[in-house]
Design a protein around this ligand. Structure first.
Ligand code: GAL
Length: 687
């Protein structure tokens, strides 16, 4: 990763934390640009993403380029010391291109071709699209590859946001090539896909199609491979743009990931090694139960993709978005809390979509740094405040987040887990991930998000939510970790199939049976709303299974219903470690209890109850930075010595964090990220 060895803070131009935004000057008259740069300077903006949707302006007809306006924008920004994160401009095709070549437009599983008129309407496998897009990339990099304002290349935009899965004939041919490379022979493919079932056997490659709409259910391995192919196809496209950029420019190259709850089509574990800087876009999702906990998860996962190095938040919002059913505006202070939560979890830069709120187009009600109201507004005042706080936090740049726990997360498992024809359509992969992550968040445990098979030896605790699909070596890595003293928590519907979606037989969960010391014979999902009491006071829903103990002890059993008396939560001593199994969907307090006990046993200190105070530690070799984000309506206190960077006050023993506020305390490097004391605990004793 990172062949250019770029640190995120370098992108600010002077080692500061990056503060910036998407800037779409093509939507405005040049007279407005002058005001833009003046206000950007006032806010402390040091990096802006331009030319994200610039294609139609740069190339008004095939091969006719005009760079005058972009020249002016880059020169103006440079004159004001503002760096540029330069888009290659290929994200949205101009109308002339899809008029000339409608075959570029992507096709749905039902064979419906999308129309132009929105954005990103191109088939990832289209050679015609690539020919035109790569020609534009060449023009852009030859013109701006050495422009002094350009600090970062921004390939396309959110690759795969709308067009990840295309089912057209061109995609079908590319899918077949990908399959031939993966399997070598048709026999190997037939065996991996289990085509003996339902007479699906292929006798020639050209019979194979993407998993288009059928009258029944598709072959699950075909669906899974199509996901793998589609992710690889867009990564291949990214790499072809990056190759041209690197040929003509030494500026680092990246694209903005979407590690978020509603996009799942790209396996970013395989993408990350190809980025010079890891960048993510994240928006609070009010369709979820706990948007701020999901924000923390996404930030931790982005840090995982960056292998623990600082990363860049390429987009988030100052307030409401425009694409959810109800677009909830942020309340005063919320934008700062969100921003510093990303920073606490390893971001060295915070950028927004977008600079100036659009007055036309479908995003005109999306918030921006400069709202429709102008500078006499709460949002603008908070933008200025954030800019000045980032300047005060400069020394945090380059420090690393401290964590003693890992959560194994897999896009592949997500694709496989959520397929049709499973025991219950009510159980979803991300729900399990979020439920377990939330329990850790609420007990104050900072978590690194890692890929299956990752080296876990540096962690005290590893949690494994719903790892339905798992390879043999990945399962062995977990087993080895526990055998040599690690502590693991595995949740239901994990370890069920291999990488080809083939069931691991002999009792569930096939891959983890020995580790967990249990054997389940059958799954008994519950009906919507149905709950079962457990003998430890917790409540189960959605899922139960017929579990037999084979070495493990039952830590909670069902106390009612047809599963009464059988284990729901188990704990197994395995080698020098322990492995817990949560075999049902526990209520949040129930999950917290298990996680807290497993974490406690592993030597991680935990909170007894959720308090709404988010505590994360970043540190360098000399200093620790304790981020304290108070999401609650009451003041919290936290025991720590040092210097508070936002208020500029020294802290002896205890810092108070007013309701809704954030504090960042520089302290002598804490040896472990364990939290100090909080309100409700005995903070007097620390005085
Ligand atoms: C992102 C996208 C931006 C803008 C933003 C709105 O998906 O990259 O261009 O559309 O969402 O939230």
């Amino acid at each position: 990763m990172n062949p250019t060895n770029t640190s995120v803070a370098e992108l600010s131009g002077n080692g500061q934390l990056v503060y910036g935004c998407d800037y779409n000057p093509e939507q405005w008259d040049p007279a407005v640009w002058q005001e833009d740069v003046r206000l950007m300077k006032e806010a402390g903006v040091n990096l802006v993403a331009v030319n994200i949707f610039g294609w139609a302006e740069l190339e008004s007809s095939p091969g006719t380029y005009s760079f005058d306006r972009l020249d002016q924008v880059l020169d103006l920004l440079h004159a004001h010391g503002i760096g540029v994160n330069l888009g290659t401009g290929t994200s949205s095709t101009p109308a002339w291109l899809t008029t000339l070549h409608p075959e570029i437009l992507p096709e749905s599983a039902a064979g419906v071709r999308a129309w132009p008129g929105g954005r990103q309407a191109w088939c990832p496998s289209s050679p015609r699209y690539r020919e035109h897009a790569l020609r534009l990339v060449g023009e852009v990099v030859r013109r701006y590859g050495s422009h002094p304002a350009v600090r970062l290349w921004h390939v396309s935009n959110e690759l795969g946001c709308h067009n990840a899965l295309c089912y057209c004939d061109v995609s079908a041919a590319a899918f077949r090539d990908w399959l031939a490379a993966r399997y070598g022979t048709l026999d190997a493919l037939n065996s991996a896909w289990g085509t003996a079932f339902w007479s699906q056997r292929y006798s020639a490659w050209d019979q194979i199609l993407p998993p288009r709409t059928t009258v029944s259910t598709n072959n699950p391995t075909q669906v899974l491979d199509f996901h793998r192919f589609s992710s690889d196809e867009l990564l291949g496209y990214y790499r072809s743009e990056a190759e041209i950029l690197r040929e003509h420019s030494t500026v680092p190259v990246t694209t903005n990931f979407m590690v978020t709850a509603h996009i799942r089509n790209l396996d970013y574990w395989s993408w990350a090694p190809h980025m010079d800087v890891i960048a993510n876009d994240h928006y609070l999702d009010h369709r979820l139960d706990s948007p701020i906990v999901e924000l923390a998860f996404a930030a931790d996962a982005t840090r995982g993709l960056a292998q623990g190095q600082p990363w860049l938040l390429m987009e988030h919002s100052t307030s409401a978005v425009n694409w959810q059913p109800r677009n909830i505006a942020k309340v005063p202070g919320e934008m700062l809390r969100n921003s510093l939560a990303h920073l606490a979890r390893g971001a060295d830069g915070l950028c927004f979509f977008q600079w100036r709120a659009s007055v036309q187009g479908s995003e005109k009600f999306h918030s921006a740094m400069l709202p429709h109201t102008g500078t006499d507004s709460r949002i603008w005042r908070e933008v200025l405040e954030l800019g000045s706080i980032l300047a005060k936090l400069k020394e945090v740049a380059g420090t690393k987040v401290q964590s003693e726990a890992a959560l194994i997360f897999s896009w592949e498992a997500w694709w496989a887990y959520d397929q049709e024809s499973h025991p219950s359509s009510d159980v979803r992969y991300l729900d399990q991930v979020h439920a377990l992550y939330k329990a850790l968040w609420e007990t104050g445990v900072t978590v690194d998000i890692v890929a299956p098979g990752a080296d876990l030896s540096g962690y005290k605790l590893a949690v494994v939510p719903g790892l339905y699909l798992v390879r043999e070596d990945e399962a062995s890595a977990l087993e080895m970790y526990v055998r040599s003293g690690g502590h693991a928590v595995v949740t239901y519907f994990s370890g069920i199939v291999d990488e080809n979606e083939k069931v691991l037989t002999g009792g569930y969960p096939g891959a983890f049976r020995n580790l967990l010391g249990i054997r389940s014979e059958e799954f008994y999902p519950l009906t919507p709303g149905q709950t079962l009491a457990l003998d430890n006071g917790s409540t189960a829903s959605l899922w139960t299974e017929a579990t037999r103990l084979e070495g493990a002890e039952a830590r909670a059993s069902f106390s009612e219903g047809h599963r009464a008396g059988t284990p729901a939560v188990t704990r197994n001593r395995y080698g020098a470690g322990t492995a817990w199994y949560i075999g049902t969907a526990l209520d949040p307090a129930g999950i917290r209890e298990v996680v807290a006990e497993a974490a406690g046993e592993s030597g991680i200190s935990v909170l007894d109850s959720p308090q709404g105070l988010e505590v994360v530690v970043r540190s360098s070799t000399d200093d620790g930075y304790v981020f304290l984000i108070n999401h609650s309506d009451e003041e919290h206190k936290y025991a720590v010595h040092g210097h508070e960077l936002i208020t500029g006050e020294d802290v002896s023993h205890v810092v108070a964090i007013p309701a809704g506020a954030v504090r960042v305390v520089r302290t002598a490097n804490p040896e472990s990220p364990t939290h100090g004391l909080r309100t409700g605990q005995k903070d007097d004793e620390s005085d």
